[in-house]
Design a protein around this ligand. Structure first.
Ligand code: NI
Length: 180
């Protein structure tokens, strides 16, 4: 049975901000963030340049754009975490994700530098996240497009989802096309 466009867009379902954070959630999210760069490398392993330039859905990004987007997104997240830990309830600067993904390097350049960037970035991210006290985990920042402040612990959950979400774009594309 063919997937609907919604299933292609959200292969693991859309993110929902949790009301509460249970014991073990943060540790699980940190472990997922720690695992993501190696999982992404596995997801793109052996793909040809033509396959890397294939859209994961009609009108969607290519695998190349997805990989560069993950680096761009997670780079922005680093600033948000550091601002929230060093300033009182800062308002962060959003970025235009579709336009960033259309910049020429995101469309055309090799994915290896972004894979390397994610390796390094996630090491810093995990080291920082593991060091957070209970009070620091609940520090907040404001995103201009969100009505409520965002808490760092829940934001870890969002980015754990974000990595799996985009990796599923790639692994489901591979599965549909028999690129094993
Ligand atoms: Ni994304």
């Amino acid at each position: 049975m063919a997937e609907t466009l919604e299933q292609l867009r959200y292969p693991i379902g859309p993110w929902k901000w949790p009301e509460t954070v249970a014991d073990g959630d943060v540790e699980r999210w940190i472990a997922e963030i720690a695992a993501a760069p190696a999982q992404l490398r596995a997801a793109v392993e052996g793909l040809s340049p033509e396959q890397i330039d294939t859209r994961y859905r009609p009108e969607g990004w290519t695998v190349r754009q997805v990989v560069h987007h993950m680096a761009d997104s997670h780079l922005n997240s680093q600033c948000r975490f550091r601002w929230a830990l060093t300033e009182e309830a800062p308002t962060i600067k959003p970025y235009d994700q579709p336009k960033w993904a259309e910049l020429s390097d995101a469309r055309l350049s090799p994915i290896e530098p972004s894979l390397d960037l994610l390796d390094a970035l996630h090491l810093r991210w995990v080291a920082l996240a593991e060091s957070l006290s209970a009070a620091e985990r609940t520090r907040i920042f404001f995103h201009p497009e969100h009505p409520k402040p965002l808490r760092l612990d829940k934001t870890l959950g969002m980015y754990a989802w974000h990595g799996k979400h985009h990796m599923a774009h790639i692994t489901s594309l591979r599965a549909r096309n028999g690129w094993v």
